[in-house]
Write a protein that binds this ligand. Sequence first.
Ligand code: G6P
Length: 611
Amino acid sequence: MCGIVGYVGRQQAVPVLLQGLYKLEYRGYDSAGVALLGDKGLQVVKTRGRIRELDELLEKKGPFAASCGIGHTRWATHGAPSDVNSHPHLSEGGKFAVIHNGIIENYAEIKDYLIHQGVHFRSETDTEVVAQLLEFYYNECHDFFEAVGRVLRRIEGAYALGMLCEDCPGTLIAARKDAPLLLGYGEGESFIASDVTALLRYTREVSYMEDGEVAVLTEDGVQVFDALQQPVEKERHHIDWEVSAAEKGGYPHFMLKEIFEQPEAIRRTVSPRLKDGRVVLEDMKLTPEQIRAFTKVFIVACGSSYHVGMLGKYTLEHLTRRSVEVCLASEFRYSDPIVDEKTLVIVISQSGETLDTMAALREAKARGAYILSIVNVVGSSIARESDDVIYTWAGPEIAVATTKAYSTQLAVLDMIGLAFGEALGTVDPVEYREVVSELTKLPEKLEAVLERCEDIQRYAAEYFNHDSIFFIGRNLDYALGLEGSLKLKEISYIHSEAYASGELKHGTISLIEDGTLVVALGTYGALFDKAMSNIIEVKARGADVLALTTESRRAEMEKVASAVLTVPDTAPMLLPSLGVVPLQLFAYYMALQRGCDVDKPRNLAKSVTVE
Ligand code: G6P
């Protein structure tokens, strides 16, 4: 939520900030702004709307001569999207400009205090208190760094902050607690950003700020201090993502590009981890003895990552014969979970920054659990706070609706299941060999599914006017339906629900009437007959059924469904890895037909760093 970027160096700041903001726009896109510190002092340009509107405004008001600045793209929490609530926020005297990602939890109390001291506020945001408090303390101590220290001791909550002081040209101060922030190092220039995609064009040398740290950036470099204001030596990381990985590369939307990147992403995730017919998780520290010692396993995540966990429950329980509990991170955290030193908590997160997931991780850790995370963004907070991390290596995912991250998380979880099953001696060797062999074929099979995207486009053209769609399935197909339904809701705004087919007759079937569209998932062979019966039930009530099954069952399915999509046959536990692709494409084309903004759906943000 919210993207921040900052620059100090020898180039003009505006193009650097704008480029960074365009890359961060997926984090929030209801308003945007920059603060520039140059010959004319501190200037702020901000507006409600997208980065493009900010870009046009800067063009109109410019040129600006400033080689130091901060920029922000917002996902509103406190105060509606408006020009005045946009960041950066200025202090009343105009000496300080602040950008912020996160929430200042005690802002109301500080605001009251400052109002009593005669300070006038302009916005409804929690962030403005930081700017006002900075000026308030600065008026006492006349030292930017010291004023920042005092502010940080006073505020509570989560923040990644970028701050400028008019009296200190060429200096940018950044601070972090519970919100992502990284530092970028260039030749005669320094950067801050919420994520690395904003910096790739300028530098690949970065450090990740830790909670409580403050960084002072100038063109000569970056000094970092801990919460006690002691200097800290930061480890530098080299990022080897291609710049093109964060660009559309000829596709009309990031989402479509990322859907089509799935074969390659799966190849990157899987091939290095399969050796001589075995899963070898070299990046996992857990030993077979440790795996055997766990008495309880939780999977904790949010959104689509949670849906991966739902599938993981089926496969892990099947392969390890241990019970696995899947929890929404936001619920787990407050559920007084039964977790101890013998508990393994598998945390799944694309961004590695989701606040609820992070909080659940900390809760589990505090209770003694071992944390194994599955994360895409290298060096992210969740990755760093876990005991063990397996990266998905899916590359940057920009579209708000996740696709390739989901698929690669699933592949990692499947491999964890196989590795654990082997360590525990619970996996059938024949099945193990079959799944490993099918894992190597997944990329090709995914390519085959993608080749048929035009069929799905055709169905979307036929069905896009429906305003309520049901997804039904059993077992793995049920968990898959949850993801298909979420994708559709997220980007096309069509009401949709996913039901375990067996539950239909306990209530939901009353909603089925003439013409209701039911997407029936029947890929899982063991329950195919049951899937067929449920399709017949909804058809008898007038439903129009779009079914998904495997190639070998197409003919049978065609006897009952109005339209049939298929995926190649594979090992049962890998079917959702193929089945999800037609559902992603269906959501994509439905959204397109309805004229929706596919990559930036309303009210959503990719990285949710608020509760
Ligand atoms: C947001 C995104 C979802 C994602 C969820 C969890 O809601 O829009 O696509 O599944 O966060 O994100 P994470 O980064 O933790 O996987």
